[in-house]
Design a protein around this ligand. Sequence first.
Ligand SMILES: [Zn+2]
Length: 458
Amino acid sequence: MLKIQNTLSKKKETFTPIKKSYVGLYTCGPTVYDRAHIGNLRTFVFEDILRRTLEYDGYKVKQVMNITDVEDKIIKRFLKEKKKNISEITKPNTKRFLEDMDELNIEHSEAYPLVTENIDAIISVIKKLIKNGFAYKGDDGSVYFDISKFKKYGKLARIKKVDIKVGARVSADEYGKTEAQDFVLWKSRKGNEPFWKSPFGEGRPGWHIECSALSMKYLGPTFDIHAGGVDLIFPHHDNEIAQSEGATGKKFVNYWVHGEHLLVNGKKMAKSLKNFYTLDDIKKKGFLPIAFRYFTLSAHYRSKLNFTWDALGAAQNTLVNLYREFAYFGFVSNGKKIQTESGEYKKYRKEFLEAVNDDINMPKALSILWRVIGDTLLSGHQKRELLLDFDKVLGLNMGFADELAIPPANVVKLVDQREEKRIHKQFVKADALRDKIEDLEYLIEDTHYGPFVWPKKI
Ligand SMILES: [Zn+2]
């Protein structure tokens, strides 16, 4: 049974779904004005681990992730770069975002709705809010949410009543805790900005309303889990609660789950500090994207994690060792399928299940994985079966290890020739062939089962 920290209660709670064996999961998606940075990616990896844990527990998950393809930052760029259409900015960034997800072995969501394709759904929620007395049209022609009308406003971030600025309004998409005030639902048309027709006049949606409209459309008025980064708790998630509960009169979300920040060299990521990295930067430095995934698993999702290139390098070395061990176990067990379900085997499965269900404890899950690798009571085949089972949650793509253990044909030929020489005790010639193989960037380890071949560098 999954226990998860609920931001709403600030307690670790036992997860109980609304429907048996099914979980509705909403995860705030990217704003596609630019590439996702590694701080965003840490959150998306964490949400993938959450999703995989639920699937490991036997739930069918319906995950919805919105793609924000119209908001302040996108429009700023659109106007600055004098584009004809905002999709010239948002389309390539959406494509690259989905590629990033694949490279990090993140499972696909069941839906990735675009805001610009769901304006009607957004308008219908705003209409309900006006009808229910939670929204009003300001003198600037925009529609605002009246936070004084929603009695529990700020319950997620625990905003104090005294901090709420009654009557004040904010029309920017992003603002801080000290600016708790009426926020914009529909922005009236301005200059050359893109706009849509609506009963409240031409304009475009504010940022917060999309998640209420899209979660309602795909998951219904009340669903199980809403996840995101801690930076979204206020105002974004509190605004989502106000909008959704104001529109439907029903509880919005049962479990709110938030992942902590990623720091870079001990600092928050900022363009001005030039510590704003993307997955491309990671690849350019010669690292595997999946090594970043392994790196993020080294800390609990509710702890801050400090990114450095050295730490990523260490994570990659550890991951490559893991791949090597996995491939080696396959090599030595060579298809032998013996006594999989021993007591030792069952013990590890139980420990792993408990670790992942204890508020998604990935550092513990990884420590169990490394104990499996070092356990002398388990056979190579059993170790592989356990690692494959754990990988359903970890998503480290263990299958890639077996691909790495298959050298190209020219190397295989040299390995066979060297074996031939060794059988005939022509060790000088065998050593010369080994040197040739090493020149081709492969290493040979002689074992009881024959030569194990592995790339020098990955
Ligand atoms: Zn959202």
